[in-house]
Design a protein around this ligand. Structure first.
Ligand code: AMP
Length: 284
């Protein structure tokens, strides 16, 4: 069932609650692919009823980012959700979520995650991005009031920031993290892969290759983070614009001199002007 109005999704969830059913929420921006579907499948296993939100959230995009051209494929998304047995696709308009008018931090109460978690990785180049993410996720949590929220490790910093928000603000929702789904080639699935040409998709394999190589080096006994980071340069060509490569603690995003079983390697790199991210746990 497709629902656009906050009040309607609230009423539906209320009905389920009366029946004692558990509810899972999978927040997405649509243009659904197998990565999203893996979260939906997990939600179906764990919950009696599943809501998938499809909302391209304006407040998490910077002024020069791809908000306008972000792929919007609601009809196809709804069909995919139906195929997975999703109970409600919640697809509000920006106006429904935020009301009309100018959106800024003078006009909206924002959730601002701690600087320590957002002054690095994607938060460094996308200033304010995680304020927008946390604000919309908390709104969706308050609208749907699910028991569980499902998020992908693909956006590793995002899920860490959301777990922190949930803990700090006592949000009574369990966050379930799901593994990264990749193409057979190794490319992590992303709605933004749609922007790439066939050649771009080949060039984009450098992200997973770099991460896998770091893991191979780590498994061979190289733990010095600077040495591991140095290995990336042999992979990069003029097709690649590296934004960051970091090896951090996978729970806290703290820097460590030596990689260990709790480390995560994370990369952001532009290919054909498309900003792609990926990550890998070194200890698994
Ligand atoms: P998005 O629509 O890009 O905001 O993503 C919605 C959710 O799907 C987020 O929790 C993402 O981490 C997750 N997701 C996106 N791509 C993948 C993937 N390749 N594997 C697993 N989860 C993913």
């Amino acid at each position: 069932m497709l629902i656009n109005k906050i009040e309607d999704v609230r009423n539906q969830v209320k009905e389920w609650r009366k029946e004692g059913l558990s509810v899972g929420l999978v927040p997405t921006m649509g243009a659904l692919h197998e990565g999203h579907l893996s979260l939906i499948k997990k939600a179906k296993e764990a919950c009696d009823r599943v809501v998938v939100s499809v909302f391209v959230n304006p407040i998490q995009f910077g002024p020069s980012e791809d908000f306008d051209k972000y792929p919007r494929t609601l009809e196809a998304d709804t069909k995919l959700c139906d195929g997975e047995g999703v109970d409600v696709v919640f697809a509000p308009t920006p106006n429904e979520m935020y009301g009309g008018g100018r959106l800024s931090n003078d006009t909206l109460t924002y959730v601002c995650p701690p600087f320590f978690y957002v002054n690095k990785l994607c938060g460094k180049s996308r200033v304010g991005h995680f304020d927008g993410v946390c604000t919309v996720v908390l709104k969706l949590f308050n609208i749907v009031q699910p028991d569980f929220g499902f998020f992908g490790q693909k956006d590793a910093q995002q899920v860490i920031v959301i777990k922190k928000m949930v803990k700090d603000l006592n949000v009574p929702i369990e966050i379930v993290q799901c593994p990264i789904v990749r193409e057979e080639s190794g490319l992590a699935l992303s709605s933004r892969n749609k922007y790439l040409t066939e050649q771009g998709k080949i060039d984009a394999l450098v992200l997973s290759k770099i991460l896998n190589n770091i893991k191979v080096c780590y498994n061979k006994g190289i733990t010095d983070v600077s040495a591991l980071k140095e290995t990336v340069y042999s992979f990069l060509t003029d097709k690649h614009e590296l934004e960051y490569i970091e090896i951090l603690n996978r729970e806290t995003l703290e820097e460590e001199k030596n990689a260990n079983k709790n480390s995560i390697a994370l990369i952001a790199c532009r290919v054909e002007g498309v900003r792609l991210i990926d990550n890998i746990y070194l200890g698994e």
